[in-house]
Design a protein around this ligand. Structure first.
Ligand code: ADP
Ligand code: ASP
Ligand code: MG
Length: 411
């Protein structure tokens, strides 16, 4: 008998009918003899609705109170699913994060799980019940309700699977697996049979929101067998694995990720003296703003230009700080641009292949797409481009790296 943790995302529990369908599915697993812990998200759109409501009271809601509010979305769906199961003769019980002591730190709206008390869950499983746990939420040491950041139910699922040493953590969603890129942007993207934790982590960090980054970190750290599947269609889905044996058939690039979440800032005519990078980025990090990509130009006339990217939410704040810095250090000007996008190619196969970056640049050049910034690591190359070319760039790269699915003659 296996212990399986199943997580169902927002669209999979988006209507009463879908919740009934999820209950049917869980019932089948239960009847096959497995112990089941189900994690559910709020009904799709609900978390956004709650955040909007809070913003009508105050534009930047108090984080503690915001968590009290947004965590209610999941409290509704756990009860609904438990009822739908009970109605079908499947004993079930629902729990909020606090009730099963999903202990987190106190970083409201982006809390990290510290520990989970699995005793209550185990006792319920032993009594033959399906345990339905609210995703996305926890409780800190003082008993405050916390949430785990957008998409956090994935992390609840994986963390529960790790704590319970489950045989598998299944993430059910509205796509039938992890694709070479977001199938909403490239319709002929291909489902991957498997992808390594390392690659999935890069994909998630670089913008593929099919799994929350922390859920992948967690799964890698505790070696949780993790699979992404379609909620209502049969199929093998995508397995996230440790195995990264490089075989001959392995593609160089496994996937393409992208995001529109960043903004670019530039400071020009900076006197090029030792410590200049610190003078520019010190005040930014002192304001708790994370910097992603950084480029410093070769200096000429003893002055240099310096460009970096931050999250778009931090853009205004960062630009003001940079303008002050420019005045203090005698730079010519500070400017910014929010209409940028980052496109990244990811693959462990890159380690053993030279020239991947130039192949990427060539594909973009063919489409006359200008590259504004570049950053590389062992298994990824990222470029910043003008936002309006994002989809074109992703499609061109998808074709250039031979990721397109073979054309289907008929459906
Ligand atoms: P859920 O509500 O179930 O958590 P999400 O919307 O968070 O679902 O994640 C599923 C979505 O992720 C898909 O509908 C798809 O558009 C998007 N996505 C982005 N990148 C990928 C990718 N590489 N493979 C599959 N889906 C992706
Ligand atoms: N309901 C939360 C969100 O919309 C958590 C999740 O769905 O994973 O972000
Ligand atoms: Mg999600």
């Amino acid at each position: 008998m296996a212990l399986i943790v199943q997580k169902f995302g927002g669209t999979s529990v988006g209507t009463v009918e879908r919740i009934e369908q999820v209950a049917e599915k869980v019932k089948k697993f239960r009847e096959a003899g497995d112990d089941i812990v189900v994690v559910v998200s709020a009904m799709s759109g609900e978390t956004n609705r709650l955040i909007d409501l809070a913003k009508q009271i105050m534009p930047q809601p108090n984080p503690r109170e915001l968590d009290v509010m947004v965590s209610t979305g999941e409290q509704v769906t756990i009860a609904m699913l438990a009822m739908a199961l009970t109605k079908r003769g499947v004993p079930a019980v629902s729990f909020t994060g606090g009730q099963v002591r999903i202990l987190t730190d106190s970083a409201f709206t982006k809390a990290r799980i510290v520990s989970i008390d699995e005793h209550r869950i185990r006792a319920e499983l032993k009594a033959g019940r399906v345990v339905v746990v609210a995703g996305f939420q926890g409780v800190d040491e003082q008993g405050n309700i916390t949430t785990l950041g957008r998409g956090g139910s994935d992390t609840t699922g994986v963390a529960l699977a790790a704590a319970l040493k489950a045989d598998e953590c299944q993430i059910y969603t509205d796509v039938d697996g992890v694709y070479t890129t977001d199938p909403r942007v490239v319709p002929h993207a291909r489902r991957l049979e498997k992808i390594t934790f390392e690659e999935m982590l890069e994909m998630a960090s670089l913008g593929s929101k099919v799994l929350q980054i922390r859920s992948v970190e967690f799964a890698g750290k505790y070696n949780v067998p993790l699979r992404v599947l379609h909620s209502f269609k049969e199929g093998p889905g995508t397995l996230i694995t440790l195995d990264d044996e490089e075989s001959m058939e392995q593609p160089i690039i496994s996937g393409i990720a992208f995001n529109r979440d960043e903004a670019k800032l530039t400071i020009r005519g900076v006197p090029d003296t030792p410590g200049v990078a610190f003078k520019i980025l010190g005040p930014i990090s002192a304001a708790n703003i994370e910097v992603d990509m950084i480029v410093q130009n070769v200096s000429h006339d003893n002055t240099t230009d310096f460009t970096f990217t931050v999250h778009r939410n931090d853009y205004q704040n960062a630009l003001e700080i940079l303008k002050q810095t420019a005045a203090t250090i005698g730079a010519r000007e500070a400017t910014g641009d929010t209409k940028i996008a980052k496109v990244s190619i990811v693959g462990v196969g890159m380690r053993s292949h030279a020239g991947v970056a130039s192949q990427m640049f060539e594909a973009l050049a063919k489409e006359s797409i200008n590259i504004q910034m570049i950053s590389t690591s062992e298994i990824k190359v990222s470029v910043v481009i003008e936002e309006k070319y994002l989809e074109l760039a992703v499609r061109a790269l998808h074709t250039a790296f031979e990721l397109d699915a073979p054309a289907r003659v008929s459906e």
